[in-house]
Every structure is written in C-alpha cells, then in structure tokens.
Write a protein that binds this ligand. Structure first.
Ligand SMILES: CC(=O)SCCNC(=O)CCNC(=O)[C@H](O)C(C)(C)COP(=O)(O)OP(=O)(O)OC[C@H]1O[C@@H](n2cnc3c(N)ncnc32)[C@H](O)[C@@H]1OP(=O)(O)O
Ligand SMILES: CC(=O)C(=O)O
Length: 538
C-alpha cells in the first residue's frame, strides 16, 4: 500500500463516506485508544464499508505513527482507503523541510488530509502569519504532497465562521487548495455553531463560485451535526466526514450511522457496498465495546431503544402494520423491533410481547386482559417489566398455565451481618427450601448480605440442578422508589443473569432490599432453568 506512485482517484461521481473516528473521535474526553484498539476499529469500519478511514496524525505521537505502520502490514482493507491527517506546513518553511509534512508522506497512507486555516482572524491570531502566507502554506503543502503521489483532501477549519466574517478570504483558501490539486475541499464547522439552512446556503454558493469538489465536517455543538451534514449534501457536498456513534471533540461529531442511513434510505443514494447497511447496529455496538463506552441506548437507528414501543396505542396500530409507528423496517439497519410491557401497555402490547416470547395469545381476550391488569397492578407496586423481560415472561406463563409452577419453593431465608471490632463485616445467609419434594437447608457467606443469600440458594440447589453452575449474576441495580419516606421507602431490585450465551433480567420489589433481591434471584434462577429446557415439577 505504501507508494510514491500517482494514486488512483475513485470515479468522479463516487460519493465519499469518510470516517474520522480514529482521529477526531479519539479527541473525545474519556476515549483513550491503544494501537490494538485502533486496528480493531479500523477493521470494523472497513467491514461496514466506509470509503475512507482517517487513522490519526502520524508524527504527532508514537501511537499514531505505529498505527499507520501496522495497519498497512496487518489489515487487508476490502473497502476503505487509509488516510493520514496533518496540517499545512509551518509559516516561513518549505513543505519538503517541515518534519510534520514529511511524517505524513512517511506514513505510507495513499491519501492525506491537511487542516488549513480559512478564517482570517485565526490566521492572524493563532498562526500569527499573514493572509497571503497562509494561502502559500495551503498551495505549497498540497502541491508537495501531490508531487509525492498522495491524493489530498483539505479540511478548511472554521470555514463557516470564516465565511461569515470574510467570505472573500474563506473562498480564496478553497480556491488555493483546489488550484494546487486538492481532490476535495472540506468545509468545517469546527466550533459546531451552525444551523442547517446556513450550511446549505454557504455550500451551494462556494460550489458555484469555486467549482471545487466540496465535503463537510460538522461538530455537534448545536445538536445539528447530522442535520448540517445532510444540509451540506443538499447544497452539493459529495464527501461527508463523520465518526462512529458521533464520538469527537467536546460534544462530538456528525454521527456516521444516521448520516449513512439517511443517505441510503431517505435520499436513495448508494454510499455503502451491497449488504453492508444491515451490519450497522452490530458495528456501532462493537465500536462502543472497543472504546469502552456503553452503547447509547437511544441512538437513532442503532440504539436498543430505537425500535422499542411502550405506548399501548402504538402497539395496537403496530399489530396491524409495524410501519404505522416506525419510519423504517429495523432489519434494514440490523436492529429489531421490541415491545415494552409496562403500565402504559394495552392488550395489543401484551399480545405482541407474547408473540415475541413465543406465546400465541391472540384470540383469548380474557387471558390477555388478565395479564394487562396484573401487569398494571404490579407496576403500581413498583415492579418495572420493561427492564425485566424474564420476570414478565414468568408472570405471563403463570397466567397462561392458570397457576404458579416452580422448580423450588421458599420456606424461609435469613441473613446475618456481623460488624467486627476491627471494622470488618461478615455476612451469612441461610435458606430453607423445597425442591423436587425434598426439604433443603443451606448456608452461604458473601461480601454482602445479598451475595451471601445468592450463595446459600445456589449451595442448596446445585446438586438438584447442576444447570445453575453455568449461570452467574452480571448486574445488580437497586432503586429506592418512594424517596420521601427515607429508610422506609420501597426498594426495586433489578438483576441481570447470564448463562454464557444469553442474558436475562428480573425484578423484585419490597420494603426490604434483601427481600426484593430474593424475589429477583428467585425469578432469575427459575427463568434460567426454564431456558435450560427443564420443566418444573411443583
Ligand atoms: C480542528 C481540529 O480538531 S484539528 C486536529 C487537532 N488535533 C490535535 O491537535 C491532536 C494532535 N496534536 C498534537 O499532538 C500537537 O498539538 C502537535 C504535535 C500537532 C503540535 O504540537 P506542538 O508543536 O507542541 O504545538 P502546539 O500544539 O502547542 O501548537 C500547534 C502549532 O501548530 C500551528 N498550527 C495550527 N494550525 C495549523 C495549520 N493549519 N497549519 C500549520 N500550522 C498550524 C499553531 O500555530 C502552533 O504553532 P506554533 O508551535 O508555532 O505556536
Ligand atoms: C478538521 C476538524 O476536525 C475541524 O475543523 O473540526
């Protein structure tokens, strides 16, 4: 991939999806990527089918320099071209003598993006040079990189603010870059303060005035980065710079996923290779896992809540046709529709949820009505079934069967916490249970009373149900529901359990946190045993 030979440009009508997660995305507070992380993200973005991956700023730090060396050795890109980012030469030096520019060539990346000042005030205050010298810096750097066989994109920093202050100068920077051989001149809303109508108008005018191929790079400080990116496309831009999940400096950048989905599904523009769009949800979540941030649940298109329906009225229409309350079929972006059951549910919500869980409730109005009523009663007591699918499934199952069937029944539990004089705490629990007709008494110790209770329960049941060994609690949340009553408040406990191949969530509600935890644990293991294919005997 390393080359000093002339690079081949893509077809002139080829729209560019340019990803800068590894450069601008990494500028987000809280993200710190290793080289291995960057390689993993580059692979994911290539799988997703973006055209360009800006990998970082070679020469600015050893990590980015190493990334370019390793990416070209270790990754066979199927769709993407690797891009190195840097700046125009320093004022008063030749581009060939500027170590920063040399590092861009040495990176071996076939495409280089250079950031250039296009706002006169920035040239004078930040660069501390003349307007004419800045134009020369742009021309020289582009021409030098072209002479070394690189395709060049120029990011005009603060373009829209600069255009508002001095349109003639901002335009002259675009013309200088274009004239020197830049393939795309990217108009940047660096401070993120623009609104869509402004962006569209400026892009359209600059396109007419300069004839340069234009791109857009929008920061999200007004919450309009995606809209501004699409407005630029409306104005004639054919290159969009985005980041996965909108990661980026300050509040972030234009989010790659809604931008690409809008271009493909709303504009009808093919910007990804065939078959890549349905990978979108998986890729978004996988990138979040690598950067070690939780995936945003309410992110458009790819969030777990993007197609989750809670209101009963919505469900009743969705039962007839999902299109009535969804702007697209979620499968087109690899997501799924989900029904949430809560006290806002109606019969249709329960029927659809039942179907999702494998129960055909259609045609039994009384049964569905009983499930709705029971759900609403329990929600009033503090249960929350939208976050506890497994507990809802047990409730539904009990109603369908007309009675409660379980693998084990509680006789009693007890926990003891000892505070020792040396400050240490000891927690013990005892459970008395009935399972398969046998009375079981078991104890357990733990680093808290709930942990001890969980251990006691498992100690009591592990001989009878060896399947429990595969299950473990992966999350435990407590919420106090009636805050005004202080320590007498009702407590809701949500537990998430995993058997290594799936996770499920259960809920318990009681005045006492340990009693609420017991209910959630009871549901968790009951559901797990059902999932393992066992039938309750009791
Ligand atoms: C809008 C954006 O997000 S652009 C991307 C910004 N990304 C980053 O800054 C991350 C990586 N940056 C770095 O590692 C460092 O800032 C480096 C290595 C690039 C430079 O570090 P230093 O040499 O110590 O300089 P420092 O960061 O203090 O200042 C930047 C210098 O670049 C100059 N500069 C800023 N923009 C440009 C430009 N478009 N063209 C040329 N020079 C520029 C500044 O005037 C300043 O020059 P000076 O050193 O003569 O004062
Ligand atoms: C180039 C860039 O990151 C910006 O102008 O915001």
């Amino acid at each position: 991939m390393t080359t000093d030979a002339p690079a081949t440009a893509p077809p002139s009508d080829g729209f560019h999806v340019f990803d800068t997660t590894l450069r601008d995305g990494a500028q987000r507070e809280g993200i710190s990527l290793t080289v291995a992380d960057k390689l993993a993200i580059a692979r994911l973005l290539d799988e997703f089918g973006v055209g360009y991956i800006e990998g970082g700023w070679p020469g600015a730090n050893p990590r980015d320099t190493e990334f370019f060396q390793r990416a070209q050795r270790e990754i066979t890109f199927r769709h993407a071209t690797l891009v190195a980012f840097g700046a125009t030469r320093k004022a008063g030096t030749a581009a060939a003598d500027d170590p920063q520019v040399k590092a861009l060539v040495d990176s071996g990346a076939p495409v280089v993006t250079i950031v250039a000042k296009s706002h006169d005030r920035h040239v004078e205050l930040a660069l501390r040079t003349t307007l004419e010298e800045n134009l020369a810096m742009v021309r020289d750097t582009v021409a030098y990189l072209r002479s070394r066989g690189r395709r060049v994109f120029v990011d005009c920093e603060h373009f829209f603010d600069g255009y508002a202050a001095n349109p003639e100068y901002a335009r002259s920077v675009v013309a200088a870059a274009h004239g020197a051989g830049a393939e795309v001149v990217v108009l940047c809303d660096t401070n993120g303060g623009m609104l869509p109508a402004q962006v569209q108008a400026v892009v359209r005018t600059v396109l007419t005035d300069t004839g340069a191929r234009l791109g857009v790079h929008a920061q999200d400080d007004t919450g309009c980065a995606v809209a501004n990116t699409l407005a630029a496309v409306d104005g004639g831009a054919t290159h969009v710079q985005c980041t996965a999940n909108g990661y980026g400096e300050r509040v972030g950048n234009a989010n790659l996923f809604p931008v690409v989905a809008a271009l493909e599904l709303k504009y009808g523009r093919r910007v990804l290779p065939e078959g890549c769009l349905p990978e979108m949800t998986r890729i978004s979540h996988a990138v979040a896992a690598v950067v070690n941030l939780p995936p945003a649940t309410h992110q458009p298109y790819v969030g777990v809540s993007a197609f989750a329906h809670k209101a009963g009225l919505h469900a009743s229409a969705i039962k007839v046709d999902p299109d009535l309350y969804q702007h697209i079929d979620p499968e087109r972006v690899g997501n799924t529709m989900r029904m949430l059951v809560s006290d806002m549910a109606g019969r249709a919500s329960v029927e659809l949820k039942g179907k999702e869980l494998g129960y055909d409730l259609a045609g039994d109005r009384d049964l569905v009505g009983r499930i709705v009523d029971r759900t609403k009663e329990r929600e009033l007591q503090g249960y929350s079934y939208e976050a506890a699918d497994a507990s809802f499934e047990l409730l539904l199952r009990d109603e369908v069967l007309g009675r409660v069937r379980r693998f084990f029944r509680l006789e009693s539990w007890r926990t003891i916490t000892d505070q020792r004089a040396d400050g240490g705490l000891e927690n013990e629990a005892t459970v008395k249970l009935w399972a398969k007709g046998t009375r079981v008494v078991a104890g357990g110790e733990g680093n808290g009373p709930v942990h001890a209770l969980d251990r006691a329960l498992r100690n009591g049941l592990d001989q009878t149900f060896p399947e429990l060994a595969r299950m473990q609690l992966v999350d435990y949340k407590v919420r106090i529901l009636a805050g005004t009553q202080g320590t007498e408040s009702t407590t809701r406990v949500l537990v998430t359990t995993s058997d290594g191949s799936a996770e499920w969530s259960t809920v318990g509600v009681a005045d006492n946190v340990i009693a609420a935890s017991w209910q959630a644990l009871d549901d968790a293991y009951t559901f797990g045993l059902l999932r393992a294919g066992l039938e309750p005997t009791d």
